[in-house]
Design a protein around this ligand. Sequence first.
Ligand code: ZN
Length: 144
Amino acid sequence: MGSVQLGDGKRIMARLTHGADLIDEIIAVAKEHHIELAQCWAIGAVKRARLAYYDQDGQAYWEFALDRHLEIVSLIGNVSLRDGQPAVHAHASFADEEGRMYGGHIAAGCEIFACELLLVEYSGEILEREHDGVTGLPLWQKLG
Ligand code: ZN
């Protein structure tokens, strides 16, 4: 376990670009506002989604595509540094026209139809992701 206490920063609300990649757009908003550490939330819709599930035994992500129009019921995640650049880690739940839910780790390839994003920046320590030998994941390192 490791933790840090953080202070308040900027609050950014953004309308993301139709047709753009969801992760790329969140990173672009963070960069535009010079944000290196933040929490993010979003709602909206995608033309198609690409999600991932982490296989803990194999220590690898299994990606799957949902090539259909879906509502973004809830996206929650964070922005922190990876290789010195803002990176997004987010999970989301999506619903189809009958309310059936799909969910997982957001991968590259989620094409935005419309999306409203809230970024809440935190000040203080900068968290940087590095490879974790136990889980195989890029986790925050150097926490107190
Ligand atoms: Zn994840």
